[in-house]
Design a protein around this ligand. Structure first.
Ligand code: ZN
Length: 379
């Protein structure tokens, strides 16, 4: 495992150590505004942009927790997206990070998706699944090369197979057979200069996943990955001005949220909630969601495909809600950019979100960032 100098952030440490969920929630409510105000002053990232990777159906009972019983459609539609962020590190080097660059070819091998596609006739699968350009195609279009990428991070590892991105220690015959890896040789890393940033509990849970988790992880694939470019984090960290990784466990044990400060304020990104309304359900335009929230008194609605630790996930979503600024067309929406966001879909008319972000673009991404001589703007 590699070492790197980031700045540890201790604002949530005391809250994180409290085992009682209710007491922890109160401690998060106290620390959240302090984090937000401190982070606003940490500086801003240079640029951020988002890119669609794949659109797919997703069970309403996962996307909207128990509120699904009030909603007519058994499926909603989600769009999985990648973010590219450029920021200055503490030595003033411009760094490029990919957030959530799903290897869509290999993500389809996740047990849950294999099961789902087995149930859908080919033409139906073609109709409901929409593939957009791959992470590499997006980078190419932007004039960025895989060598330009310094960091990769995923808010959590559901569905991910990292073998082609980080390289493997041994040949991978089943991928070679499918034409996705070299024969008789380990897979070389597609991103040779990139380090994976991940919370230690997320990485160290493999290969002993719990039965509740197994349909969503590809744990066996992680055992093959080269570990020399993996940075396992033990704390919340500031990577540079305006960019932090904050532990938000619950959806998975090592889940984290990417926090960005931009000219439009503070953004959080994760898959804890699947649209801004998941963070303000009492004000949702979806009647079933609104009524469910008002009756239950719940202030967030969990993405709950794996019920690893629902109370902890609830607390983590309140943490995100307090970290993020408010924005959107009315200025009232939590600036949470869901890594897989609910999308409008004609088959889920009464379940369609009232507000989604769909894309986020601030600043201009720099091509050849490793050699570009661009002074950091005054903050
Ligand atoms: Zn997930």
């Amino acid at each position: 495992m590699s070492q790197q100098h980031f700045q540890d952030i201790d604002i949530f440490d005391d809250a994180n150590r409290i085992p009682q969920l209710g007491k922890q929630l109160e401690a998060i409510r106290e620390a959240g505004p302090a984090f937000h105000n401190w982070f606003l002053k940490s500086g801003r990232v240079r640029a951020v942009a988002t890119f669609d990777l794949v659109g797919l159906p997703y069970p309403t009972e996962y996307a909207l927790f128990r509120a699904h019983s009030r909603l007519a459609s058994p499926f909603v539609r989600i769009t999985n997206r990648m973010l590219i962020v450029q920021f200055y590190d503490f030595e003033n080097h411009l760094r490029t990070m990919l957030i959530g660059p799903t290897d869509v070819d290999l993500a389809g091998n996740t047990a849950y998706f294999e099961n789902l596609s087995g149930k859908l006739p080919g033409p139906v699968a073609d109709f409901v699944l929409k593939r957009y350009p791959t992470p590499l195609e997006h980078l190419n279009e932007l004039g960025l090369s895989p060598e330009d990428i310094d960091y990769i991070t995923f808010d959590h590892l559901h569905t991910q197979d990292l073998r082609r991105w980080l390289g493997t220690r041994e040949p991978q015959p089943e991928l070679a057979k499918a034409g996705l890896a070299p024969k008789d040789e380990p897979i070389p890393p597609m991103f040779p200069n990139a380090q994976l940033l991940i919370m230690r509990p997320e990485w160290e849970q493999f290969p002993q996943e719990h039965p509740l988790q197994q349909r969503w992880f590809q744990g066996e694939s992680h055992a093959a990955v080269r570990e020399d470019n993996i940075i396992a984090l033990d704390n919340d960290v500031l990577l540079g001005p305006g960019v932090a990784l904050v532990a938000t466990p619950g959806h998975t044990i090592g889940n984290h949220t990417i926090v960005l400060n931009t000219s439009s304020g503070v953004w959080t990104s994760s898959e804890n909630g699947m649209m801004p309304e998941a963070y303000d359900p009492a004000a949702s335009s979806i009647p079933g969601l609104r009524n469910y929230s008002r009756e239950s008194g719940f202030e967030v609605v969990l993405n709950s495909n794996t019920p690893e630790s629902s109370g902890t996930q609830y607390n983590s979503m309140v943490k995100e809600k307090l970290i993020a600024s408010r924005g959107g067309p009315t200025g009232e929406h939590v600036q949470h950019f869901s890594s897989s966001e609910m999308s409008p879909w004609f088959l889920a008319q009464r379940t369609g979100p009232g507000h989604i972000y769909e894309s986020l673009r601030e600043g201009r991404l720099v091509t050849s960032p490793r050699t570009a001589n661009i002074p950091q703007p005054a903050l």
